[in-house]
Every structure is written in structure tokens, then in C-alpha cells.
Design a protein around this ligand. Structure first.
Ligand code: NAD
Ligand code: UDP
Length: 344
């Protein structure tokens, strides 16, 4: 097993799935070989539900799900969500997590990123309709773009450039929210939308270029930490276990919540602060270098989680330092012994 990090997710607390009429729940998780998706697979496998994991392995890794491959209630299918998927099996729940999340990765093929979101949501909503399944979309705080208010509540409509390097991701996710909204309204599909803020933890790809993976691996190697811009831009970092607990609560919420819900940790840090904390926690002698700020990089990002608290009884429990203490050993292991490439 690569790393089992779902320790604080109290799966038992979910209770019976009232609206699901069969004994064993079948859960389809797209992007199930990725950082977040693979840990969702773990949660449902632990519940002894049946998990169907779909992934094209573009940014995910079989190593993330290698420990599940021989489980009788787990199936992996290599599949691109922009293509229709069909199975005769029943499906109760669909988590649509498929999409590269790191800016350097989603900008490699922007048109593909846009269609992964839009066509991916289209094909999965069709499947949800055919199967009578409930479907949750992994949306993002990027729908707020470069926000001019902080913290950002769900009612804020955002400030997004339709033509910049981040637009393929931001506008793709915004279009998906619209598809979900209309499909729920007009076709009666039971939809859920999580607006996920920056999340980190074990099973992140050390080379994915996101700030936590970059800073921690740089600090562990003793390389300079690369801050883009002046480092005064802010982000709010949520530890993976907290985020997963929020996602599962949203998926299982009764009464259903069809409007978007922010899931993130309101603790807000500048990238300078993050660099200093990482250096301290790693005990590194790394210096800091400044590089140009990428175009359209949001200057601030902080979730208003009033709704998640009121509707789901959810709030994060893990502070940034606590989360880094659980994450740094994972990255250290990955640097010593990189996860093997596994072919299926
Ligand atoms: P990740 O890159 O680790 O996982 C994404 C997974 O989707 C990968 O396994 C990848 O191979 C798969 N995938 C990509 N395109 C696909 C396609 N066309 N067909 C099938 N599979 C495909 O990223 P993650 O951090 O686990 O993010 C998961 C989801 O959560 C994404 O939708 C992302 O937009 C969303 N999200 C994540 C964060 C975060 O901070 N981690 C923040 C906001 C939103
Ligand atoms: N960032 C940085 N150094 C890095 C990687 C990222 O300073 O090596 C900055 C980046 O410019 C952004 C913030 O960290 O302001 C978060 O970047 P990330 O790619 O993790 O996520 P996003 O920009 O999508 O929130």
C-alpha cells in the first residue's frame, strides 16, 4: 500500500444510506486513481461497498490504487470520461473527480482540460439519469477566479478571465456547474456540487507542480523554494482527510443540497508564510528564490464555509502545521523510493 491516509474520516458516522434501497452501494468514482479519487475509493471499500474506479491515468497513478486491485468489490477501468461509459451493473452514487487539478498539468492540453470537464460531466450526467444515481461534481474555488471579495461565499459570482491560461479549467468547471444545475432542474437528476479549495496531503504527485508539493520536495532536497511573484498572494489549505469527510457528507446529505457548497480550510496564508512554515517543519536549510507570477494567478483565496457548517455540520479539524506533519513523511518516502509505475 502506498499510504493509507483516511484515518480521521469517520466512515461509520455516515450511518445507513436511507435513500439507497439496496444492501450494497455501488459507487462509481471517476479520477479514482488520482490524489483525492483514490482516497474516496478507500473510504467506500472500507464500508464494504462496491467501487468502480474509472481513470485515464493522465495525471493519476495505479500506485494510488494498487492495494485495492485484488479486492473483489473493487474494479478499475481505464477510461476517458469524455467518451460515454456504459455498464449493465447498477450504480447508486457517482463522484466525478476526473480532471487534472494542477495548473501546469491542466495547461499542458487546455482544450482537452475544457472537454474533460464539459463532455465528462455530460456523459456522467447521462449515466446518472439512466441509472437513477446521485452524482457529485468536484468543482473548485477557481470558479471565483481572482476574487475581489474575501472570504468568498457561494453567492459570489466570481471574477474569471475567459481567455487566460487558467480559463480552460475555471470556465470548464463553471460550465459543469451550469450543466449540473440545469440537469437537476429539468431532468430530476440528484446532483451535488462541491467547490473544493486548495487541498493537500499524502498521494499528491510530488512532481505535479502545485505549491505544497513543490515547496515540500524542494525543502526536503535542500533546494531553493520557488516563490512566484512577491509571495504575498494567499491561499487556504485544507488537509485531505478534512476535505474527504466534507465530500462524503455532501454526497450523503439529507435533505439533498443541490446548490454549490464551499469545502476548504478558512486558515489563509501568504506563499511567503507557507514557505517559512514548510522550511521550519522540514527542518531544512533551503533558501528562497523569486520567480515571475504566472498570468491570472489569483491574489487571494479564502473560503466562507458558513453553509458547510450549517448544512453539513462540517468544518476542518486539521491545521496547516498538523497537516504538513502528516504530509512531509509521505513526500520524503516518495523521494527516497518513488512509487513504481504499474501497468494494468
Ligand atoms: P489528480 O490530478 O490527482 O486527479 C485527477 C484524476 O483524474 C487523475 O487520476 C487523472 O488521471 C484523472 N483524469 C484526468 N482526465 C481524465 C479523463 N479525461 N478521463 C478520466 N480520468 C481523467 O487531482 P486531484 O487533486 O485528485 O483532483 C481531483 C478533482 O478535484 C479534480 O476534478 C479537481 O479539479 C478537483 N479539485 C481538486 C483540488 C485540489 O486542491 N486537490 C481543488 C479543487 C478542485
Ligand atoms: N506557487 C509558488 N511557487 C510554486 C508553485 C506555486 O509560489 O513553486 C504559487 C502560485 O503562483 C499560486 C499559489 O502558489 O499563487 C498556489 O499555486 P497552486 O499551483 O498550488 O494552486 P492554484 O494557483 O491553482 O491555487
Amino acid at each position: 500500500m502506498l499510504y493509507d491516509s483516511v484515518d480521521t474520516v469517520s466512515v461509520a458516522k455516515l450511518g445507513p444510506l436511507h435513500t439507497i434501497k439496496s444492501d450494497v452501494t455501488t459507487v462509481l468514482i471517476t479520477g479514482g486513481a488520482g490524489f483525492l479519487g483514490s482516497q474516496l475509493c478507500d473510504i467506500y471499500i472500507k464500508r464494504k461497498d462496491r467501487v468502480l474506479c474509472l481513470d485515464d491515468l493522465s495525471t493519476g497513478r495505479i500506485a494510488n490504487i494498487a492495494h485495492l486491485l485484488d479486492r473483489p468489490n473493487f474494479e478499475f477501468v481505464r477510461h476517458d470520461v469524455t467518451e460515454r461509459y456504459w455498464t449493465e451493473a447498477k450504480i447508486d452514487l457517482i463522484y466525478n473527480m476526473a480532471c487534472p487539478a494542477s495548473p501546469p498539468r491542466y495547461q499542458l492540453d487546455p482544450i482537452k482540460t475544457f472537454w474533460t470537464n464539459v463532455h465528462g460531466a455530460e456523459t456522467l450526467l447521462e449515466l446518472a439519469k439512466a441509472k437513477g444515481a446521485r452524482i457529485l461534481q468536484a468543482s473548485t474555488s477557481e470558479v471565483y477566479g481572482d476574487p475581489d471579495i474575501t472570504p468568498q461565499p457561494e453567492e459570489y459570482h466570481g471574477n474569471v478571465n475567459t481567455m487566460g491560461p487558467r480559463a480552460c479549467y475555471d470556465e470548464g468547471k463553471r460550465a459543469v456547474e451550469t450543466l449540473f444545475y440545469e440537469s437537476g432542474l429539468r431532468q430530476g437528476i440528484d446532483t451535488r456540487i462541491a467547490r473544493i479549495f486548495n487541498t493537500y496531503g499524502p498521494r499528491m504527485d510530488p512532481a505535479d507542480g502545485r505549491v505544497v508539493s513543490n515547496f515540500v520536495t524542494q525543502a526536503l532536497r535542500g533546494d531553493d523554494i520557488t516563490i512566484y511573484g512577491d509571495g504575498l498572494q494567499t491561499r487556504s489549505f485544507c488537509y485531505v482527510d478534512d476535505l474527504l469527510r466534507g465530500l462524503v457528507l455532501l454526497m450523503h446529505s439529507e435533505p439533498p443540497i443541490h446548490t454549490p457548497v464551499n469545502l476548504g480550510n478558512p486558515g489563509e496564508f501568504t506563499m511567503r508564510e507557507l514557505a517559512e512554515i514548510v522550511i521550519e517543519e522540514v527542518g531544512s536549510k533551503s533558501g528562497i528564490t523569486f520567480q515571475p507570477l504566472p498570468q491570472d494567478d489569483p491574489l487571494q483565496r479564502c473560503p466562507d464555509i458558513t453553509q458547510a457548517k450549517a448544512l453539513l455540520g462540517w468544518q476542518p479539524k486539521v491545521s496547516l502545521r498538523q497537516g504538513l506533519r502528516r504530509t512531509i513523511p509521505y513526500f520524503a518516502r516518495e523521494l527516497r523510493n518513488p512509487s513504481p509505475e504499474i501497468f494494468v
